[in-house]
Write a protein that binds this ligand. Sequence first.
Ligand code: PMP
Length: 392
Amino acid sequence: MNLESMISDRARAVEASGIREVFRRRADMVDPIDFSIGQPDFAVPEVMKRAAIRAIEENKHGYTLTQGVLPLIKKIAAHLERDIGWSASRCESSMIVTTGTSGALHIAMLALLNPGDEIIFGDPYFVAYPHMARLCGAKPVFCDTYPDFRMTASRVEPLITSRTKALLLNSPGNPSGAVASARECAELLELCRSRGVLLISDEIYDEFCYADALEPTALAGGAKRCPSPCRVKGSEDAILLIRGFGKTYGCTGWRMGYTVGPKPLIEQMLKMQQYSFVCAPTPMQWSCLEAFDVDMRPQVEAYAKKRDLVVERLGPLTELQRPGGAFYAFVPVPRRVAASSREFFEKALTKNILVVPGGVFSERDTHFRLSFATSDATLERGLEALARLLRG
Ligand code: PMP
């Protein structure tokens, strides 16, 4: 049997993530200063751990309904009503609890994209976006957002064609940490509506939004929140919202996320979930019931201080955009230091520092991603070494 010749065109169309090379190199390093990790370094809240253990002890091991267990659906819907103003009853009837945020993105694209259809997202982007689109035979369309990483309506508009099905907004963004303003969100939604394009809002980092990027909302007595297009009145019928638990609560391996959007789309996505992931992991669904009652502000405030330290140390050495959210900085490599981010990555390795070269997230190879989700001691030590490198 010639297995090589049997591999599908679909699989061949997708390259292994460049981030795998970073992991491979990490395996050869002794006690590296690791700025490559895309997950929080804090502990999962005790109440969530205990709820997971309880669910297992109570023998909650079987399948759940495809859309998830009802108490969790109700809890998420109540949270969304408080947070973005979408009606809880509408959310309850048009939601799927998913196998991570990735699960939601996959079933959304499967339900939406025909071969040849186009989906637009900002460059730099989360590594999986273009590959997920290609798996559906669709064409990823990159909206160049350099140097400020703002995906504005005026940058997106020229990219819309008769084949454009969706615009994927990721704010706070990976790898840039950029947070779209309330105005930018509203203008993108308006553009999508006027051109008959679905707005998909990947808000996996919604809780990691720092004070200077928060904006007053009409909700909760004018409380300041991370801007989202979902807060525009009447946005429910034009947006597919995707959020997750993994980053917020430090449990990326639990594979928990959720999606809420227009019912005709959610119904089709349910079929995609039924014949792929089946349901989100059962004990984790029960443990995430506790999630919204946990106050994660101390952890987020600690990350804001780490962000400040990154900007303070590296800002004077390169044209760094101040990240408003997530836990990444996307740092330009000065020409005098290296010709490409790949070259810089290799230079950093010689100092036992691991970053991710920007080409993994972009059509350009000019920046590197630094994840500051690490201990203050590692951050201090690593920033000092990086600063020496950036000085050239
Ligand atoms: N979207 C973005 C922007 C991400 O950064 C990630 C994870 N790094 C995901 C989605 C996927 O997250 P999950 O682990 O919940 O599948």
